[in-house]
Design a protein around this ligand. Structure first.
Ligand code: ADP
Ligand code: MG
Length: 719
């Protein structure tokens, strides 16, 4: 029996899904596969695990729930533990770098990638009685693959007389991709639709569409707050940097006054949050964190372009940011009511679209934009682009305004743009990224013909072929079979090319270095480019200091030629020294390292080290916080190992004679040719190899902004 508090019980009873408990449980008891569709906020994620628990599904085995986003896995596990009055030992989470799962765990929230790895070790998922794949409509690669795999695993468990249930949970869109796919399910699984009390939302399109959507959003919020009746505002922008800029601007326009008792409220919510989750205290005003981790590397700061909407009211606005990298303590704030007399305003990326339901929203401001990582299937070049979102997303966004009563959605684009430029649905992720690691993992699960796998939406043949040939170059596949090296590679939770580097490093005491390099390369944006400073002057000084430090970290000889990986190695090493003295945060700020990245790298180092110990029991390695820099010989060997992992990513210095008549040669000083691409690629701005200009180099990735740049560069020649 579950012992819920009165407050929780009351909140639950308002959720539409509660009325369907009996129907849902009957369907699950009678069928192996069930699709459960319901609007965001109907209670799917928080309640279905509880239904299953109360029906006895956690008596002998675990209830597993996957989420495409780490935020959701953490936040939902905490919420369910709280609602059920259980500890996080019993309702737990596991994501790539961390978790709180114990051997008493009954309900386990995890990212979909984590479950996929578990299947490699235990194909039948023997520990689970039921698997819920949540947010299936998001079409993340791993959830897609899991649907395919589970469509086969569930019947196998059935045959053994040890049944496993699969529940696919989704917002109510495009369910046919799952239900009407005969390769997936011969008999379409039953679909349960949870009806939601959705109030009407009036949609207001802009007459015209302006480029500066951030400015438009700001002006609109000011207008809403000045003129419209009470009710929370939810604003959708594309990334973390935009969220922070807009939050800063809005807080400046509508300051919170001492007299409103905000200070007390702040202290109180903090105390509550601490008591509930044991989180460390956080500085609620600290948004200009040094690690402004913008995924896009897009450096323009819109602050100056936002302009000043005219502020008439002196009513305070309670402005909160929301994005996936936000620490969970701060995330939890969006669920708390605003202080007395304040209007709530949440500035969010698309995490608030379906993953998290924000209470009490009446107005939605939709920029219509989303940020996507584009990937060229032929050249492998990646770039971030802000584009129009899909009609399906726009409709999800506007729906957020109709949960408590009739609402309004302000779309900052015209209906003509909506009709002509918006796609119906977003392209599934599996069709827009490299599938190398997936291909290898599937091969390791003895899936011979990957092209015949029951994908909900198949990747195209070109993607599969490229993956196969790259894996053959790496030596992970031979004649379409997984080699021993391939199996070793697949065990590591990193890209295959990094797995190969690790597998080669048991010689010459190189492992600790490779582990550290691979960990650093697997985490996005470790070294920052743009300091956050009070003035342009100060920013310039700081930036010069960062550049000088990085040069010093690169060293000379083979160290210098190791290039970017060497800089990362030393940066992580220096950060660990600072950490031992308790000065990690200030060290990161002063030297342009992203604090959270450094912490993630440490976790990944520990995980990789443990993984290797499992595979190679006599490997004598520890995660040494005081790892000395590699010797010149070691640096040389590390260069060879980098080459072994990146053999398909070699660039050659561009010969000025190749340039067309009349081209300005100076502009091509740092230019290279790579991957048979027509356009040259360039050493990135902060590269320590700009002086050396190696004849040949390897790179981790090519990305495109105004030009194409190589990231993670190591020199091959000179020897
Ligand atoms: P769905 O999965 O169908 O979108 P959820 O189960 O996530 O719905 O949410 C159900 C309700 O629980 C929502 O009203 C949401 O606001 C509330 N809720 C979710 N997480 C929290 C939390 N951490 N604190 C307070 N309320 C929450
Ligand atoms: Mg949900």
């Amino acid at each position: 029996p579950v012992n819920r508090s009165a407050v929780v019980q009351k909140a639950r009873l308002k959720l539409p899904i509660l009325a369907e408990e009996q129907e849902i449980m009957e369907q699950i008891n009678q069928n192996s596969f069930v699709v459960l569709a319901g609007e965001t906020g109907s209670g799917k994620t928080t309640q279905v695990p509880q239904f299953l628990y109360e029906a006895g599904y956690a008596l002998k085995k675990m209830i597993g729930i996957t989420e495409p986003r780490r935020v959701a896995a953490i936040s939902m596990s905490q919420r369910v533990a709280h609602e059920m009055n259980l500890t996080t030992d019993e309702v737990s989470y596991l994501i790539r770098f961390e978790g709180n799962v114990t051997d008493r765990t009954k309900i386990k929230f995890m990212t979909d990638g984590v479950l996929l790895k578990e299947i490699q070790g235990d194909f039948l998922l023997a520990k689970y009685s039921v698997i819920i794949l949540d947010e299936a409509h998001e079409r993340s690669v791993y959830t897609d693959i899991l649907i395919g795999l589970l469509s086969r695993i569930v019947p196998l468990r059935q045959k053994r007389g040890d049944p496993l249930k699969l529940i696919i949970m989704s917002a109510t869109l495009r369910l046919e991709d799952f239900t009407q796919n005969l390769r997936l399910f011969k008999v379409p699984p039953p679909v349960i639709k949870v009806e939601t009390r959705q109030f009407p939302v009036t949609i207001h399109f802009n007459k015209r569409t302006f480029d500066n959507y951030l400015k438009e959003a700001y002006t609109k919020i000011v207008k809403i707050h000045n003129k419209l009746p009470d009710g929370g505002v939810l604003v959708f922008v594309t990334g973390q940097r935009e969220v922070k800029t807009l939050v800063r601007k809005l807080r400046k326009a509508f300051p919170l006054k001492q007299s409103t008792g905000i200070e007390d409220h702040l202290k109180k919510t903090l105390r509550q949050a601490k008591k509930k989750k044991g989180v460390t205290p956080i500085d609620l005003d600290d948004y200009s964190v040094p690690g402004d981790n913008e995924e896009s590397g897009d450096e323009s700061d819109y602050d100056s372009d936002i302009g000043d909407g005219v502020v008439h009211t002196n009513k305070p606005l309670w402005v909160l940011p929301l994005f996936s990298q936000l620490p969970s303590g701060k995330q939890a704030q969006v669920f708390q009511p605003p202080p007395e007399g304040c209007r709530l305003c949440i500035v969010s990326t698309n995490v608030a679209e379906t993953s998290l339901t924000i209470p009490n929203i009446k107005y939605v401001v939709d920029t219509g934009k989303t940020k996507v990582k584009l990937y060229d299937k032929v050249t492998g070049v990646t770039s971030y682009m802000v584009t129009w979102t899909s009609k399906a997303s726009a409709s999800q966004r506007s729906g957020r305004a109709g949960r408590i009563g009739p609402g309004h959605c302000y779309r900052l684009y015209s209906s003509a743009v909506y009709n002509d430029a918006f796609q119906e649905f977003a392209v599934p992720e599996i069709q827009q990224k490299p599938v190398d690691d997936l291909y290898l993992q599937m091969k390791c699960m003895n899936i011979d013909k990957v092209q015949n796998f029951p994908f909900p939406t198949a990747p195209d043949l070109m993607q599969l072929k490229t993956a196969q040939s790259r894996l053959e170059i790496l030596g992970a596949l031979k004649e379409s079979r997984v080699t021993q090296l391939g199996r070793a590679i697949a065990r590591f939770p990193v890209l295959p090319r990094y797995g190969k580097m690790l597998a080669l490093s048991h010689q010459q005491n190189l492992l600790p270095y490779t582990i550290c390099i691979v960990a650093a390369l697997s985490v996005q944006e470790v070294l920052l480019e743009t300091p956050i400073a009070q003035s342009p002057m100060e920013a310039k000084t700081l930036r010069q200091k960062w550049v000088a430090t990085r040069k010093q970290w690169a060293g000379v000889g083979n160290s210098l030629l190791l290039g970017d990986p060497m800089v990362l190695l030393r940066a992580v090493g220096a950060a660990e020294y600072a950490n031992a003295d308790g000065k990690l945060e200030s060290f990161c700020t002063e030297n342009g390292l992203r604090h959270k990245a450094v912490i993630e790298i440490r976790k990944l180092r520990i995980q990789l080290t443990n993984e290797i110990k499992l595979n190679v029991p006599d490997a004598d390695i520890i995660v040494d916080p005081k790892l000395p820099p590699p010797t010149d010989l070691q640096a040389k060997l590390l260069r060879q190992i980098m080459l072994a992992g990146m053999a398909d990513q070699v660039a050659r210095k561009l010969d000025p004679d190749e340039l067309a008549e009349g081209e300005d040669k100076a502009k091509f000083k740092y230019a290279y040719r790579a991957n048979n691409m027509e356009d040259p690629v360039f050493l990135h701005q902060g590269s320590v190899l700009k002086k050396t200009l190696p004849e040949f180099c390897i790179f981790q990735e090519i990305y495109e902004t105004n030009k194409m740049y190589m990231r993670g560069v190591t020199a091959i020649e000179p020897e």
